[in-house]
Write a protein that binds this ligand. Structure first.
Ligand code: A3P
Length: 272
């Protein structure tokens, strides 16, 4: 009928590419892909596949270029992207603020010690034989002298990076996801993110099942489905075992920064 047509045209007109209302800003190896893949199951969420790297690498291309990367959405849906390098890039908070001061920011954090080893494991997998973790992490092979200019170490200084964001955005505009809890209790972490994004709590515990072989949760796109979607093998790699002296040196190094980070966020992440 005519009203049906009218309805169709209107909704069709509403379908377009929009700038993201929410951004997963990091942290690299925190579980950012898992979070995005989980959120994507929500009917009111549309996300980019690859990382756009707009606010760090391609900013000169302008907002229209950025918008062109986004999926088409209806008015009631939210557009979301993730680029973990945003978290550590000085210029990014101000640039996002310029786009929209109401952008919702989501940060996934994980124990900076395991994060560093995860990052290093990724480097090994990409470059084959590489320098040892120790030779990059410590100056002159001295475990009391941490090389904070090594990016793998530097990314884990969460309090330093967050400080930079808080000079632009209020803390309540940054939702922090507990990376370890995202593995052990994905339903709970995703429920909190849905709430923060103003979404109906569509994704529940029932959507997740634990894959014993992988050692990670996977998600069902529809509850009625028998099978679900697990991340690919590049997520959840086995880590090399580092000597206990290296582990304790890293823990000792990060501890004061972690404690400052807990105070800054009012969350005790309970890292060792
Ligand atoms: P590891 O490969 O070191 O285990 P990112 O997507 O930000 O690069 O983070 C990768 C990390 O996400 C993985 O690091 C893994 O620990 C974590 N992760 C969290 N939930 C996961 C899931 N459901 N499946 C696979 N990896 C998950």
């Amino acid at each position: 009928s005519q009203t049906d047509n009218l309805y169709l045209t209107q909704t069709d007109n509403d379908r377009k590419r929009r700038l993201p209302q929410a951004i997963i800003i990091g942290v690299k190896k925190g579980g950012t892909r898992a979070l995005l893949e989980f959120l994507r199951v929500h009917p009111d969420v549309k996300a980019t596949g690859p990382e756009p790297h707009f606010f760090d690498k391609h900013y000169h291309k302008g907002l229209d270029w950025y918008r062109s990367l986004m999926p088409e959405t209806m008015r009631n849906q939210i557009t979301i992207e993730k680029t973990p390098s945003y978290f550590i890039t000085k210029e990014v908070p101000e640039r996002i603020f310029q786009m929209s001061n109401s952008t919702k920011l989501v940060l996934v954090v994980r124990d900076p010690v395991t994060r560093a080893i995860s990052d290093y494991t990724q480097i090994l997998s990409k470059h084959g034989k590489s320098k040892s973790f120790q030779s990059s992490a410590f100056l002159r092979n001295d475990t009391t002298k941490i090389n904070i200019s090594w990016i793998v170490i530097r990314i884990g200084l969460y309090v330093k990076h967050l400080e930079n964001w808080l000079s632009v955005f209020p803390l309540k505009q940054i939702h922090i996801v507990h990376g370890e809890n995202l593995v052990t209790n994905p339903g709970e972490e995703v429920r909190k993110v849905q709430k923060f994004l103003g979404l109906e709590p569509v994704i529940t515990d029932k959507h997740f099942f634990f894959n014993e072989r992988r050692g990670f949760p996977c998600i069902k796109k529809k509850l009625k489905h028998k099978r679900g979607h697990c991340l690919d093998e590049s997520k959840g790699r086995p880590h090399p075992r580092l000597p206990e002296s290296v582990m304790s040196a890293l823990r000792r190094f990060y501890r004061p920064y972690n404690e400052q980070f807990y105070r800054m966020t009012n969350i005790d992440f309970n890292w060792t």
